[in-house]
Design a protein around this ligand. Structure first.
Ligand code: HEM
Length: 416
């Protein structure tokens, strides 16, 4: 599937094609930055869009009311040029949740989630996150052979944390992983897109129904209980919010943990600094978020008017992607050493959790998980190294995540 150029869109030859197979993620981010603050891009499936690639311009656009989440503002969508089975359609149009609306509706749909994830509630999760981390480390094999740390540690930790937050029982979690992998993959065949979304919706609906019958202390029960309040969620809003929370609640945190290990392995001087106690694990988390932003390209907003960006104009009716991967190493924001992984960087004012009204609602939780997990991992396995050269690590086929397929490591001896 490939679309004809839309009126007002730049000539296809001048668009930077985002590689669906993610062969060279850092090179792609560098090309995006070099194309200026507003780069013309082509998303998988030949869909034209614009990408903001620098921090100052991104901050301005993320608080600009002329940019909206309502897919009805996308002229290509209204003209019927975006097929319903476009593999990335779920990121633009997955129903009604805080992710797809603005203004008062956004505040209403975000409020209960924000309350459940405020800093006091997240601080209360520390003991459980610590316990889960210890259990996962205890379960790692100790036969000296390579271990896929992503599957054995980086994925199950955030998956369990968000599942417990939402009240998802252990039996359902493996199924979720497969559904969300298909949801995010650029390799998903158009014929599979609708069926996968239908299954995600059915699973979320059955989760909500279970909580309606037997409420618990989880966030799903809180969302269901809004039906008795002055600001009720509709059934569709409950289902879409569940899908949003579970999907965004683990995937990006997995990237954070995996990318932190890769960065520390490539920079032993930085690992030595944190191991000596000179710098805290919080600095490793922040620098990894900046240097290897988990959301490489965030879909998607639409311009309701022409919006000048640098020397270009984002035309009314066009789609905007926020390229957090490119923005993280913006020299105008982070100086000439923006391309260095430096955990002593201070201040480290990245925007990898977004900015403005839609800023990540799970940021405090993700930061806590990162700090607890990395400190415990390197505390237990101080000599942990990659089991293959870094060049052999491959990315998952998704233009939205900076996600490795697997993370083979040698754990080395465990400390008692
Ligand atoms: C390292 C981990 C994470 C990163 C890097 C991350 C990044 C982001 C970014 C960049 C946005 C908004 C961007 C935009 O609108 O342009 C966002 C929004 C969101 N995130 Fe996260 N996130 C992470 C973890 C989490 C966790 C753990 C949860 C939930 C448990 C979560 C839930 C959400 C939700 C619900 C939104 C939508 C907020 C809204 O539209 O109002 N995220 N995240």
């Amino acid at each position: 599937m490939s679309l004809p150029p839309a009126p007002g869109s730049p000539c296809p030859a001048r668009r930077l094609v985002l590689d669906p197979l993610v062969g060279d993620i850092e090179g792609e981010h560098a090309r995006l930055r070099a194309a200026g603050p507003l780069a013309a891009v082509e998303l998988p499936g030949g869909v034209p869009a614009w990408a903001v690639t620098r921090q100052a311009e991104a901050r301005a656009l993320l608080t600009d009311p002329r940019l909206v989440k309502d897919i009805g503002a996308w002229h290509a969508w209204r003209r019927g040029e975006i097929p319903a089975d476009w593999p990335l359609i779920g990121l633009a149009n997955h129903g009604r949740s805080m992710f797809t609306v603005d203004g008062d509706d956004h505040r209403r749909l975000r409020a209960p989630v924000q309350q459940a994830l405020n800093s006091r509630r997240v601080a209360g999760m520390r003991a459980r996150i610590t316990e889960l981390t210890r259990e996962l480390l205890d379960a790692l094999p100790d036969d000296g052979r390579p271990v896929d740390l992503k599957t054995a540690f980086a994925l199950p930790l955030p998956m369990t944390v968000v599942s417990e937050l939402m009240g998802v029982g252990p039996g359902r979690r493996a199924g979720f992983r497969a559904l969300f992998d298909t949801f995010l993959s650029t390799r998903t065949a158009p014929a599979e897109v609708g069926a996968n979304q239908a299954e995600l919706t059915a699973v979320m609906r059955s989760l909500a129904d279970a909580r309606r019958d037997r409420p618990g202390s989880d966030l799903t029960s809180t969302l269901v209980a809004t039906r008795e309040s002055d600001d009720p969620f509709t059934d569709e809003e409950i289902v879409s919010t569940l899908q949003l929370m579970i999907g965004s609640g683990y995937e990006t945190t997995v990237c954070l943990l995996v990318n932190a290990v890769v960065n520390l392995s490539a920079h032993p001087d930085q690992l030595a600094l944190v191991r000596s106690g000179a710098v805290g694990w919080d600095a490793v988390v922040e620098e990894t978020l900046r240097y290897s932003a988990p959301n490489s390209n965030f879909l998607i907003r639409f311009a309701t008017e022409d919006v000048p960006v640098g020397e270009r104009v984002l035309p009314r009716g066009d789609a905007l992607v926020v390229s957090y991967g490119a923005i993280g190493r913006d020299e105008r924001r982070h100086g000439p050493a923006a391309g260095d992984f430096d955990i002593t960087r201070s201040p480290n004012r990245h925007i990898s959790f977004g900015h403005g009204p839609h800023v990540c609602v799970g940021a405090a939780l993700a930061r806590l998980e990162g700090r607890v997990a990395l400190a415990a991992l390197y505390g237990r396995y101080p000599e942990l190294t990659l089991a293959v050269p870094a060049e052999r690590l491959s990315h998952r086929p998704t233009v939205t995540q900076n996600a490795l397929s697997e993370l083979p490591v040698l754990l080395g001896p465990a400390t008692p």
